[in-house]
Design a binder for this molecule. Structure first.
Ligand code: NAI
Length: 778
């Protein structure tokens, strides 16, 4: 093309990036890779090829890890961990800084390797993936530096198994490894089988940084290797990938005591109001759904446009689609590169071909031949029940619908099993900030999209998984409290045989929706004191009572919208009312549990209520400084409906310790009272009734924890389940929670000292952080 022709057409000329250095690096490594275990590369073994999806060329051969490889990686990590942790935060920070600097030094090599292996445009690898990966190590070097002073009660979990996907290979590696090693853990990481090359480069960088052997171990292979890591003797599994595999990992780790975070799929709404800056919103869509060929868990894949502007908006969008440049990802002028692998290309093609709803538009541009390319696609006029409005396509395919009112936009946006991210465009700050809190998503972007930073937590709700990556909140996924734990003995009810304390029939009912309710089972259980005296009866809850309690809790959703100030007053009121009847409760605890510590327990319960009341209006969010024109507001939201099996051994204090922080944060609770000593809980209804607690906010069931654990954990309207029961039901609960991937906190048969105030831990478990990115400053 001559200069004259270029001026005439104003067309882009090709601007190819050179692959020479990256290909030479691969040759230097022998084009065959072993695993990176205990600080060195193992001899390459049988495995699989990694191909360039843009042209099908083989780039290198990777080894498929065996059980022995995984075992030796875990053993190396285990051996290295205590010494790595004992280096202290500043000691570890030095290595993270060194890694960050080396990632900068080798940034072009990393970017080119990523593009060759993954098919993403070099512009994105160079300007987004690699800089963000560097930033993650810098940021977490700082976190390591600050750990001793800012997180004095936290310590490392131990060895972390980490399994990552192929869409942002080096960036996902950084998201996993940086916080883990900053907090003193060691890791065994498995990259996705399509894209292992930058992980190998990272292993090389670890060597160059002089990272102690065994701190980072990388094994390559397919899902079978992921399963081996999941089953290995590790203390945590951190997974990013599909919801179906995430669910399997939840089931496989149930009851194992392994900590778990899951960052899964999404079908994120992209909402455009009629007062939006339309050109910006159209350009935003390029970043929302055509960034990385739409292979982004938080891609704005569901367009919701306000009806009045829908036609004009779609017209502009189609025109913009026709200008997208698709082709060789190594060309710096390319907007849309190759799909990661033919398997994914086929999956996208099948999903789109099977769709008969709506109207499809594909870009009118010449498609590159060979390679795994899929044209940017728009499917208009879908309704929420259409498959493509619900299923993650994970490709450059945008589906769209329209809405009339802001309320309808929120309804459609939330009509999904996912809850990862949401984008909204409006020039009206009131409207934008009114809608943001109503969207069920872990991240909300206002007038921007797909923005990420190490300082702002990322992660979802619902079936998009749990746990956050980045920010202060991301660190808790890699630490545990320093407290020593000991086993929790099963607390058995006393047996009968003695005198009856009171000849009148005193069968306490359950407490559901602010009313006393008879158990559905029609069965009750006798409660005896230590000497065998019959103290009364309580109902035995079954799954139907659980369902009724969940319904009552769902009906009390207004509680989540009340102010912390109001909730604090109600908690103080409960405390005051309990205080007025302290002697009665203390006596009840003493005779029921055969203790002499009733008075101390009641006093501590009152203090716990006051602590939660104090925090109700102070457990605030944060505003994160992110390096763009904006800030990320990390808002703490209630988790929703929490089901909890209360401690058996501490009948009143345990129940209050669980309930108070949960309701202080705006959650509604279903509490299964102490099984052997339930009468303090049944007396407690009267306190709740006289303290202005709205009906349905606190629901109390009695009976055996074993009966209610599974129905609670399997219920799709319950958002979190906690268990502090002395019947170790951790495995049952974690396995049953996989259905809707609800958050769990279970004791794994370990005791918690309820005389200590754990309110802060409870506040954290009772809230979910939503990061709302808003334009701010210049
Ligand atoms: P995947 O979830 O199967 O793979 C992600 C990682 O998990 C890979 O490293 C894989 O080897 C590993 N893995 C697979 N099976 C495993 C098992 N049973 N136990 C432990 N680890 C296992 O995702 P895949 O098949 O590559 O993509 C399928 C779909 O998943 C995509 O079309 C997309 O919808 C979704 N996906 C979502 C991602 C996200 O970031 N949320 C990333 C990648 C895929």
């Amino acid at each position: 093309m001559t200069v004259k022709e270029i001026f005439e057409t104003m067309d882009y000329g090709p601007a190819p990036e050179s692959a020479v250095e990256a290909l030479a690096w691969l040759v230097d490594q022998g084009d065959r890779f072993g695993h990176f275990i205990d600080g060195s590369f193992t001899t390459p073994a049988d495995g699989f090829e990694s191909r360039n999806p843009a042209n099908g060329e083989v780039l290198a051969t990777l080894s498929q890890a065996t059980q022995a490889d995984v075992d030796s990686a875990v053993a190396a990590a285990r051996t290295a961990q205590p010494k790595w942790e004992s280096l202290g935060g500043p000691g570890r920070a030095k290595f993270l800084y060194a890694i960050a600097r080396l990632l900068q030094k080798h940034s072009r090599l990393a970017a080119v390797l990523e593009t060759l292996d993954n098919g993403k445009p070099i512009r994105e690898a160079r300007d987004i993936d690699i800089p963000l990966a560097q930033r993650h190590f810098y940021y977490h070097a700082g976190m390591a530096q600050l750990m001793d002073s800012e997180l004095p009660d936290a310590e490392a979990l131990g060895v972390c198994g980490q399994i990552i996907p192929w869409n942002f290979p080096l960036l996902m590696l950084a998201w996993k490894i940086a916080p883990a090693i900053a907090m003193g853990n060691t890791v065994v990481l498995k990259p996705a089988e399509y894209t292992s090359l930058t992980a190998m480069l990272f292993a090389d960088i670890c060597q160059q940084a002089g990272l102690p052997a065994g701190v980072v171990n990388i094994v390559t292979g397919d899902g079978a290797v992921g399963e081996m890591i999941t089953a290995a003797e590790v203390d945590k599994i951190a997974f990013t990938g599909s919801t179906s595999v995430g669910r399997r990992i939840r089931e496989a780790t149930a009851g194992s005591g392994k900590s778990l975070t899951l960052e899964l799929g999404g079908k994120s709404p992209y909402i455009v109001f009629d007062d939006a800056d339309i050109d910006s919103a159209v350009e935003g869509l390029v970043d929302a759904i055509w960034f990385n060929q739409g292979q982004v868990c938080c891609a704005g894949s569901r367009l919701l446009v306000q009806e009045g502007i829908a036609e004009a908006f779609h017209t502009k969008l189609r025109a913009r689609m026709d200008k997208l440049r698709i082709g060789n990802p190594m060309d710096k002028c390319i907007d849309v590169g190759a799909i990661v692998d033919r398997v994914q290309l086929n999956a996208i093609t099948e999903l789109v071909t099977a769709n008969t709803a709506g109207e499809m538009y594909q870009t009118k541009i010449d498609m590159p031949v060979g390679g795994c390319f899929y044209p940017p696609t728009l499917i208009e006029g879908l309704t929420t029940s259409d498959t493509l409005m619900q299923e993650e396509i994970f490709g450059p395919v945008l589906v769209s619908t329209t809405f009339r009112t802001p309320g309808e936009a929120v309804e459609i946006a939330n009509n999904t099993r996912y809850g990862l991210a949401a984008t909204l465009w409006s020039e009206n700050v009131n409207l934008a900030l009114d809608i943001a809190p109503k969207l069920v998503a872990g991240v909300v972007w206002i007038n921007g999209t797909n923005m990420f930073d190490a300082a702002a937590g990322f992660g979802g709700v619902r079936e998009s998984g749990f746990g956050r990556e980045g920010g202060w909140e991301g660190l808790s996924a890699y630490t545990k409290p320093k407290t020593k734990t000991k086993p929790l003995e099963l607390v058995k009810p006393f047996k009968g045989g003695g005198a009856t304390a009171d000849p009148l029939d005193r069968t306490a009912k359950m407490y559901i929706g602010g009313k006393q309710a008879r158990p559905d089972s029609g069965y009750s259980q006798a409660i005896y004191g230590k000497s065998g005296t019959l103290l009364g009866h309580v109902g035995i809850a079954n799954r139907k009572d659980v369902r009724n309690a969940v319904e009552a809790a769902a009906g009390a959703k207004g509680w989540s919208k009340t102010t912390g100030h109001l909730r604090a007053q109600i908690l103080y009121y409960i405390g005051e009312n309990l205080s007025a009847r302290a002697d009665e409760f203390a006596h009840r605890i003493n005779i029921m549990a055969g203790k002499r510590t009733g008075a101390t327990e009641v006093e501590a319960a009152i203090q716990r209520l006051f602590s939660a009341a104090a925090w109700a209006d102070k457990y605030d969010g944060q505003v994160h400084n992110v390096p763009i024109r904006g800030v990320a507001m990390a808002m703490k939201e209630p988790v929703g409906i929490i089901g909890a099996l209360c401690p058996d051994e501490s009948p009143l204090l345990g129940l209050v310790s669980v309930m108070a922080p949960a309701i202080a944060m705006g959650n509604r609770v279903i509490l299964s009272a102490s099984h052997p000593y339930p009468l303090a809980a049944t007396d407690f209804y009267q306190i709740l009734d006289t303290s202005d607690v709205p009906a349905g906010v606190v629901n109390i069931l009695t009976g055996n924890h074993t009966e209610v654990a599974k129905p609670l954990a399997a219920h799709l309207n319950v958002d979190a389940v906690w268990s502090f029961s002395s019947s170790n039901l951790s495995a049952t609960i974690e396995a049953a929670s996989a259905g809707n991937l609800k958050r769990t906190w279970v004791n794994h048969g370990l005791a918690i000292d309820w005389s200590q105030d754990h309110t802060k831990r409870f506040l954290q478990a009772a809230t979910e952080v939503k990061n709302i990115w808003v334009p701010y400053g210049e």
